[in-house]
Design a protein. Structure first.
Length: 125
């Protein structure tokens, strides 16, 4: 299987939750993790650089949490084309996301995963 040509070195795990307030309280009291409130979501950056993000809304069973790999060099459109050429099932086209662009697809076992790139990076490589 050929590679997407984009460098991946970051990871975020995205959760859809019913209440941001309840989620912040739970993670502070039960897990000992402080979540920072941003515009419309909560975030925690772990010491290893992994991020946990929490958005309020309904999730379809099996789609939350979602693992998202950051494309450090951009090229999300190129990655989408390479995945499609390899026969990977794309769940969404490249879509605008907070601060950038995302692409959702399935791994060989049907798990949903995604790529994300910052809006300042080129979409084609």
């Amino acid at each position: 299987m050929s590679k997407t040509k984009s460098k991946v070195s970051t990871i975020a795990i995205i959760f859809m939750v019913q209440s941001l307030e309840r989620t912040a309280k739970f993670y502070a009291e039960a897990v000992g993790l402080s979540l920072v409130k941003k515009e419309g979501y909560l975030i925690a950056t772990l010491p290893n650089g992994a991020e946990l993000l929490f958005f309020e809304g309904e999730a379809v069973r099996g789609t939350s949490p979602q693992v998202v790999f950051g494309l450090d060099d951009g090229g999300i459109d190129t990655a989408a084309e390479a995945l499609a050429a390899q026969g990977v099932q794309l769940l969404t086209p490249v879509t605008e996301a907070p601060g950038g662009w995302s692409l959702e697809f399935k791994d060989p076992d049907g798990h949903p995963i995604a790529f994300f790139q910052d809006q300042s990076l080129p979409r084609k490589r």
